[in-house]
Design a protein around this ligand. Structure first.
Ligand SMILES: Nc1ncnc2c1ncn2[C@@H]1O[C@H](COP(=O)(O)OP(=O)(O)O)[C@@H](O)[C@H]1O
Ligand SMILES: Cc1cn([C@H]2C[C@H](O)[C@@H](COP(=O)(O)O)O2)c(=O)[nH]c1=O
Ligand SMILES: [Zn+2]
Length: 194
């Protein structure tokens, strides 16, 4: 489990800011882990702002919601740059579904961290073809902390790092849940890949 190197008193301690990335396949617990860290920051009396791309309205228009229905209030934004304008003087910025943001999210995360903020980003590291899902690789490169979480393979019960798309759709972005995707281990993913 990720243990914060420090938490609380960010402004008064002349904080340097940091970037944390939570990555993995679908159903691996990225959103749960993001919510856990943000709730702990709130308990430590940190001012927290949470964002998600407005494209993601699967469970709720505004909230970030995990597959097991944990939720936290968030602000949907159209562009990564909006986060810079809306994060104000907060201590901690949480961002979910980061893979749906434009490349600008990398500069935005960097700027927020340079301002002294703790920036926590959660997103898919691979797409349905098993390829890196930009801009996640760049964010992982500039982060101080990267946490990779695994789901359970829906075919064999092993650990799963891949998101298997059940439909024949070839577009990179196809929103969906259990009806459209399964968490798979490498073997079960490549066995059935079209
Ligand atoms: N194949 C699976 N492996 C692990 N957890 C699963 C799976 N399918 C459903 N879940 C549920 O999904 C939850 C994680 O949801 P969430 O944090 O939203 O994941 P992510 O954001 O990575 O898609 C788990 O706690 C579990 O209840
Ligand atoms: C693999 C893959 C996924 N998506 C979509 C499907 C879901 O709407 C989100 C991922 O949500 P989660 O919180 O990580 O479960 O992304 C996609 O558009 N393209 C893909 O290749
Ligand atoms: Zn498997």
């Amino acid at each position: 489990m990720f243990i914060e190197p420090s938490i609380g008193k960010r402004k008064s301690s002349g904080n340097k800011g940091q970037i944390e990335v939570i990555c993995g396949s679908m159903f691996s617990g990225k959103t749960e882990e993001l919510i856990r860290r943000l709730n702990r920051a709130k308990i430590a009396k940190q001012k927290v702002e949470i964002f998600k791309p407005s494209i993601d309205k699967r469970y709720d228009e505004n909230d970030v919601v995990s597959h097991n229905e944990n939720s936290i209030r968030s602000t949907p934004v159209n562009f990564a740059d909006d986060i810079l304008l809306l994060s104000g003087d907060c201590d901690v910025v949480g961002i979910d579904e980061v893979q749906f943001f434009d490349e600008q999210i990398v500069a935005v995360a960097q700027k927020l961290a340079v301002q002294g903020k703790r920036v926590i980003l959660a997103g898919l590291d691979m797409d349905f073809e098993g390829n890196p899902f930009e801009p996640m690789p760049k964010l992982m490169a500039i982060a101080e902390y990267v946490t990779k979480v695994n789901a359970i393979c829906m075919k064999c019960g092993d650990l799963a790092a891949f998101s298997f798309r059940l439909s024949d759709a070839k577009e990179k972005v196809v929103l969906g849940e259990k009806e459209s995707y399964e968490a798979r281990c490498r073997k079960c993913f490549y066995e059935d890949k079209k």
